[in-house]
Design a protein around this ligand. Structure first.
Ligand code: ZN
Ligand code: MN
Length: 446
């Protein structure tokens, strides 16, 4: 088989956890709610209903864009994207076309120094949800409008990924950032984060021409876990490689992933690019931002995973695999830092705290860091040798090492380290250095 270079781009949709929906006052917390209870004329798409934009959703999107180094458009607007589907009764989705809120961001992989360009981050509304059911023996499709109009943020990358592992790493970062900014739970099982990948292959011969992309792309859709997405991308790369090696063409289409066979399957063939007939949404005025407003938002972004990573390394000296485990969960980071603060006076080190949290899950057993640190102090105390044992070991060491004692008394202070070592050996390492040191000095000064 010939060698090909995978060209992969991503589209990620994230539902924002604002209190109300994107263009009306309905509650946006739709997950698990009784069907069609969170609706009004606007999100039902009734004619004549007037939408108004959700400020919180706009700010959330800008924060997210800033976190990925995007430029914020000072002037942005909403547009109508026309298409027909039963979950979209208006016949168009309010989205953003040529002036999205955020453009030209980037993400850098620290280890490999590769850069992923982020084309845009825009805001739109979610659609209703179709439910395929059997009612009275008949197959029916019902529509639940609770999700209709929930703010949906969409991130689009340039086709800069070359392997599935990087895609997953990037998406995990997207998820963590959304959670750190508290703009979404980005939960894939609940559909709050949805992934789409465009994949095509480029032959090695074309490698020299960096700009030129393959003339087709296959879209992978409806995949709801990182693990399956990785498998789907890998299997898609293999499928396309085989086709191209045999001199066949790859059809431009949308494919899903069968979790049982581990293979992708065709869902829909797109003959040509759809024409959505975008035009500016006439019911919502354009959105303007001053540089100062954007600057102010930027200053508020103190809780970003990137910054937390730096802090965990520079302030606590954590190893990189531990840093990643902590960063994935911002509540755990807070717990860790609180525990370190509390443990400081009792000389409980940050590495001990990290070990016990990661290897023994002790933070799960103690909901409060205070209780956890108390327990560590207790545990470490039990481990220490008793005062009697220390006394005995010190006495024995001094008797067995008369020369060292003499050296010490003649001003060779350094010899104390050697003696502490001897005492610790006697105590099998269970002595407290501070106490041994003190006791040795006392005994030798007599
Ligand atoms: Zn509504
Ligand atoms: Mn979209």
């Amino acid at each position: 088989m010939k060698k090909y270079i995978p060209i992969i781009g991503l589209e990620v949709h994230i539902e924002l956890s604002t209190y109300s929906k994107m263009f009306c006052g309905c509650n946006s917390d739709h997950f698990g709610k009784k069907a069609n209870t969170l609706v009004c004329p606007v999100c039902l798409g009734l004619p004549g209903a007037l939408p108004f934009a959700n400020r919180e959703a706009i700010l959330s999107t800008i924060k997210f864009g800033l976190a990925f180094g995007c430029k914020i458009n000072n002037l942005s607007k909403f547009d109508r994207k026309h298409y027909f589907y039963p979950d979209l009764p208006k016949g168009y989705q309010i989205s953003q076309y040529d002036e999205p809120l955020c453009i030209s961001g980037e993400f850098n992989f620290q280890k490999t120094k590769t850069k992923i360009r982020i084309r845009r981050v825009h805001l739109e509304e979610d659609t209703a949800k179709l439910q395929h059911q059997v009612v009275e023996g008949k197959k029916v499709t019902l529509v639940d409008f609770n999700r209709s109009g929930v703010p949906l943020m969409e991130l689009v990358t340039e086709p800069d990924f070359r392997k599935a592992e990087d895609v997953v790493l990037f998406l995990k970062e997207v998820q963590i950032v959304a959670r750190y900014l508290a703009i979404s739970n980005a939960d894939m099982e609940k559909g709050s984060m949805r992934l789409e990948a465009n994949i095509s292959l480029k032959s090695e011969e074309l490698k020299m021409n960096n700009e030129k992309l393959p003339n087709y792309k296959v879209e992978l859709k409806n995949i709801n876990s990182f693990r399956f997405l990785k498998k789907a991308i890998d299997s898609e790369i293999e499928r396309q490689s085989k086709l191209l090696s045999m001199g066949e063409k790859v059809i431009q289409e949308t494919r899903g992933f069968n979790e049982l066979t581990g293979k992708t399957f065709s869902q829909r063939v797109k003959e040509e690019a759809q024409d959505y007939r975008y035009f500016p949404e006439p019911d919502i005025p354009a959105i303007r931002f001053s540089e100062d407003e954007i600057k102010e938002l930027k200053l508020k972004l103190t809780q970003l995973p990137r910054l937390v990573r730096e802090r965990l390394v520079s302030e606590y000296g954590l190893r990189s695999d531990y840093v990643e485990i902590f960063v994935a969960d911002k509540d755990r980071v807070r717990y860790f830092e609180e525990a370190v603060g509390l443990g400081r006076s009792a000389e409980v080190t940050s590495s001990v705290i990290a070990e016990l949290m990661i290897n023994k899950n002790m933070d799960k057993a103690f909901p409060e860091p205070g209780g956890f640190v108390k327990k560590i102090i207790e545990l470490t105390k039990v481990k220490y040798a008793s005062a009697d044992e220390v006394e005995k070991a010190v006495a024995q060491t001094l008797t067995e090492n008369p020369k060292a004692v003499l050296d010490y008394q003649n001003g060779k202070g350094k010899v104390i380290g050697y003696l502490i070592g001897k005492v610790q050996k006697e105590l099998k390492g269970k002595g407290e250095i501070k106490k041994i040191n003190q006791l040795l000095k006392e005994r030798m000064s007599k």
